[in-house]
Design a protein around this ligand. Structure first.
Ligand code: UDX
Ligand code: ADP
Length: 463
């Protein structure tokens, strides 16, 4: 099957960058990214390509090259569905906040709405690709909706989970470790898989294009994220023990990471993992295990989340205890709000939870983050906690330079590993602070010796 038109439903963190790269690499294919969020689409179409709604290194260059040539952003969902032979579903699948599976299962309403819309519009055969992270067997549900409410056309459903990490999305898309494509093991299914393989094969070596059945593909995505998150919780568990025993968690990580069976990556102790995927996918895995009656499997994975929550709470508790058991009315500067560096994404960021704990303790928080806007920070806090929204605005202020954030502060908390934090004039920061001046480095990025020489009381994770 020759693909001439691709549509992607959902212009978010996954859909936007993925389609931009496909469009860049396949100039003969028209790629249309649609979204119901008109502001988001307007931002993707902004004349100044630096204003696109997602910050990712290198992304604006890719968009600048392809946009208007064969990459289009639109709110006309139906037209794009109608024209396309291949449709990616890349809508959000947040954790359910209501009903059965509340707080654990993925909310599939946006997926279902997309499937119903495709079914009602499609007049020709289409390949439908699940891009969003979904619980195992979602493809079956999508197929059911399409086959039972469509206009009698044929749909092939593929699972093609996204493994890109934020901050390195473009690099991951250009040069992925692997691309996973799951399809039905029928003649039609194999043809659909081949059509998608042909697209990726334009720039990715074929030995990195793995094909499996649909269910393996869906479950592999959850498994990959669960394993990665588990490594972080494992090293974080050791970090607490290190603090008790005078071992150094970074040394332990280096020592175990040089065992080629363990490997060095994802062993950085921290204030806790964030991001839209890890917690959500593990909760999903737990929910699926429970729904099959596999309680031990569910309990096993739940520990990864329990450890992560503990790590965030332990970090804020340490700040309060070290500041002589009270932070009430004290200024605490936060450097960083994003869940990791090189992104403006704040979903599940540890900073939100630490801020929430410290607001409960009546601290005055002043935040500086190089990329996150103040409205986002307030939205994050309001979403997490049902306290009066005015209190969040009273107790947390946002500034756009780090030196004024730290001026007159009793303590600084490093919540994101932005590189620029290392290059600040720490003497100048120290001079402007209340004494004793504390730094709580939730990312272990600063030079302990240098800071202690200046006069700071420096705390980091696992030492
Ligand atoms: C993750 C997966 O890596 C990616 O493959 C998947 O498609 C989506 O989820 P992402 O959420 O973008 O990507 O970020 P990632 O780099 O995995 O980091 C997640 C969190 O873990 C961040 O808060 C990061 O700071 C933290 N982290 C990561 C650590 O605390 N220690 C580490 O060693 C690594
Ligand atoms: P992700 O990180 O998975 O990409 P985002 O929340 O960043 O998630 O993006 C998902 C996008 O999908 C949002 O911009 C949302 O408006 C869009 N979306 C959700 N449902 C639909 C729908 N039925 N039609 C079009 N777009 C949708």
């Amino acid at each position: 099957m020759k693909i001439k038109n691709i549509c992607c439903i959902g212009a978010g963190y996954v859909g936007g960058p993925t389609m931009a790269v496909i469009a860049q690499k396949c100039p003969d294919i028209k790629v249309t990214v649609v979204d119901i969020n008109t502001d988001r689409i307007a931002a993707w179409n902004d004349e100044n390509v630096e204003n696109i709604p997602i910050y990712e290194p290198g992304l604006s260059d890719v968009v600048a090259e392809a946009r208007g040539r064969n990459l289009f952003f639109s709110t006309n969902v139906e037209k794009a569905i109608d024209e396309a032979e291949m449709i990616f579903i890349s809508v959000n699948t947040p954790t359910k906040t209501y009903g059965i599976g509340k707080g654990m299962a993925a909310d599939l309403k946006y997926i279902e709405l997309s499937a119903r819309q495709i079914a009602s519009v499609a007049k020709s055969d289409k390949i439908i690709i699940e891009k969003s992270t979904l619980p195992v067997r979602t493809a079956e549900a999508i197929k059911n909706i399409l086959d039972n409410s469509g206009n009698g056309v044929n749909f092939q459903i593929l699972s093609n989970p996204e493994f890109l990490a934020e901050g390195t999305a473009v690099e991951n898309l250009l040069n992925p470790d692997r691309v996973l494509i799951g399809g039905e093991q029928t003649e039609e299914g194999e043809k659909a898989v081949q059509a998608l393989v042909n697209i990726y094969a334009r720039w990715i070596p074929e030995d990195r294009l793995l094909t499996t059945n649909v269910w393996s593909s869906e479950l592999s995505k959850l498994t990959a994220n669960a394993f990665l998150a588990q490594r972080i919780s494992s090293i974080n568990a050791m970090s607490e023990l290190c603090e008790m025993t005078e071992a150094d968690v970074d040394e332990v990580a280096r020592a175990i990471g040089s065992d080629s069976r363990i490997g060095p990556k994802f062993l950085k102790a921290s204030v806790g993992f964030g991001g839209s995927c890890f917690q959500k996918d593990i909760l999903n895995l737990i929910y699926i295990a429970q729904s099959y009656g596999l309680q031990e499997v569910a309990d096993y994975w739940e520990q990864v989340i329990i450890m992560n929550n503990h790590q965030r709470n332990r970090f804020s508790r340490n700040i309060v205890q070290t500041l002589f058991n009270t932070v009430s009315g004290k200024k605490i500067a936060f450097l960083g709000w994003a869940f990791k560096k090189e992104t403006n994404d704040t979903r599940e960021s540890a900073a939100i939870y630490v801020a929430d704990n410290l607001i409960d303790e009546q601290a005055d928080i002043v935040v500086y983050d190089p990329k996150v806007k103040s409205e986002q920070m307030y939205a994050d806090l309001d979403y997490l906690n049902s306290r009066d929204e005015n209190i969040n605005r009273e107790k947390l202020t946002v500034v756009n330079d780090p030196y004024s954030a730290c001026k007159d502060a009793h303590a600084i908390a490093i919540l994101t590993e932005w590189d620029e934090f290392k290059d600040y004039d720490w003497q100048r920061i120290y001079d402007g602070m209340m004494k004793p001046a504390f730094v709580f480095d939730g990312r272990n990025i600063l030079d302990k010796e240098k800071l202690e020489e200046i006069g700071f009381d420096y705390y980091c994770i696992g030492k």
